[in-house]
Design a protein around this ligand. Structure first.
Ligand code: UGA
Length: 454
């Protein structure tokens, strides 16, 4: 049992604190947001994450997990303090470190015994050293401390499983003994530990997210080519992914990546390269392709409607940036819905859990009660988030409710042939079609004739 303080009760902080408590440690979560802490004390979660509420409840009951707005209370007897605050994008994509700075300063002011300070927030390379400088500068008396970078690799929607079953954990510090102590906190999880210097550890986080985003943009670019040449990207990805050197993950073509991590982190890494005199060509391409992918969906809708969306009713299935989360930050659905609404469409949308967030954030879009309400009198139905509940809708009923049987499947969750058999005009992503009603590979057309390379 260790005594741990976690600063920040957002996504990363809350999951980290709760999972460490569940492993038998005593954890205090500190957040300056009084409202959030008050709600957490009542058992109300600030985010939707499967399994989190039950786990928080269990550990609060067992007196292993508690919440406070007081740093003194959090740091009291703590051996480890995790900084898990937000690092939003500032101008030019640079990470905004104001919350990290403020956490480091307050820790330095309040600490009265040696501490290991762990950076879990995603921070630019060099931030660990900067945090150490802040603590040294702000401390009124010199108390021993070490800074360790321990990036997080949790995915929203499966964060608890990811924490408990990591592929690896990474620990970076100039103080190897401190890094090892943090690694020991994770020892029960039996995952490989990469112990390295602090800047390398910080870079592992950015490089991992940027690589995954690159895979997504790669398959999205392939999807565009597939579409024109009459191939099916879902089969291409399967065929590629069975090669052990490639692997099957993050090869799902769709509406582009969103969320609070990939868009921000790829931008921040590109910005780091740029400010150090390099030209991050690949990262720039990854971002361009991602923007294009969203635009493509709006283009498909427009094309299906004969060139204009004006006064047409467009039903949107899914607003969250991916399934199993209520998070709509940088969600492709937001850009797509805005584009369509700006072009004069009546947009109505439904998401199984992101409705509250959507209500707060989105203007000019009607929110519907369920998928069937979305379909009612719609001219086009557009699937943007691959929620399970959308996979087995009664599509015959849906078709009967719509004004036109037009379906854009932004996540390729439906079987194109089955949809066409039902009478839909179906457009997936990267599932070659060539003119109305012609299923993938079922018709030859001169546009699809093989072209010899130059
Ligand atoms: C991502 C990483 O996967 C985590 O390892 C990391 O810890 C986290 O960012 C972070 O830095 O905090 P997350 O943003 O929760 O996690 O979501 P992912 O499951 O990675 O999906 C990101 C986006 O890519 C989503 O919009 C998703 O729909 C999209 N995606 C994912 C695809 O379009 N295709 C795929 O094949 C996979």
């Amino acid at each position: 049992m260790k005594n741990i303080c976690v600063i920040g009760s957002g996504y990363v902080g809350l999951v980290t604190a709760t999972c460490f408590a569940d492993l038998g440690n005593k954890v205090t979560t500190v957040d300056i947001d009084e409202n959030k802490i008050a709600k957490l004390k009542e058992g109300v979660m600030p985010i939707y994450e499967p399994g989190l509420e039950e786990l928080v409840e269990r550990n609060v009951k067992a007196d292993r997990l508690n919440f406070t707005t007081s740093y003194e209370e959090g740091l009291d007897d703590a051996e480890f303090v995790f900084i898990c605050v937000g690092t939003p994008s500032a101008v030019d994509g640079e990470a905004d470190l104001k919350y990290v700075r403020s956490a480091a300063e307050t820790i330095a002011e309040k600490m009265d015994h040696p501490l290991i300070i762990i950076n879990k927030s995603t921070v630019p390379v060099g931030t660990g050293d900067w945090v150490a400088d802040i603590v040294n500068r702000v401390q009124t008396e010199a108390i021993d401390f070490a800074v360790v970078s321990c990036p997080e690799f949790l995915r929203e929607g499966s964060a608890i499983t990811d924490f408990m079953n990591p592929d690896r954990n990474v620990f970076g510090s100039t103080n190897r003994e401190a890094a090892q102590k943090v690694a020991d906190l994770y020892a029960a999880l039996n995952a490989p530990a990469v112990i390295t210097d602090i800047r390398t550890s910080e870079m592992i986080k950015y490089a991992s997210n940027a690589f995954l985003a690159t895979r997504i943009s790669f398959i999205n670019e392939i999807s565009i080519i597939c579409e024109r040449l009459g191939a099916d990207v879902t089969e291409v990805a399967r065929g590629m992914g069975l090669d052990k050197r490639i692997g099957p993950h993050f090869l799902q073509a769709g509406v582009g990546y969103g969320g609070s991590c990939f868009p921000k982190d790829v931008k921040a890494l590109a910005n780091m390269a740029l400010t150090h005199g390099m030209h991050p060509q690949l990262l720039n391409a990854v971002m361009d392709i991602n923007d294009f992918q969203r635009k493509q969906i709006a283009t498909k809708v427009r094309e299906l409607l004969g060139g204009t969306v004006e006064n047409k009713t467009i039903g949107i299935l899914g607003i969250a940036f991916k399934a199993n989360t209520d998070d709509i930050r940088e969600a492709p659905a937001l850009t797509i819905m805005r584009t369509l609404a700006n072009q004069g469409a009546n947009v109505k949308a439904y998401d199984p859990v992101a409705m509250e967030n959507a209500e707060r954030e989105i203007r000019g879009v009607t929110l519907a009660d369920n998928a069937y309400d979305v379909a009612e009198d719609a001219d086009v139905l557009v699937l943007l988030t691959d929620w399970n509940e959308f996979k087995q809708l009664d599509m015959a009923r849906i078709k009967g409710m719509m004004r036109e049987p037009l379906l854009v499947d932004g996540r390729n969750i439906y079987d194109p042939d089955a949809m066409r058999e039902l009478g839909f005009v179906y457009r997936g992503v990267g599932r070659g079609y060539n003119g109305e009603g012609v299923a993938n590979g079922h018709a030859a057309h001169e546009d699809m004739a093989p072209v010899a390379g130059d």
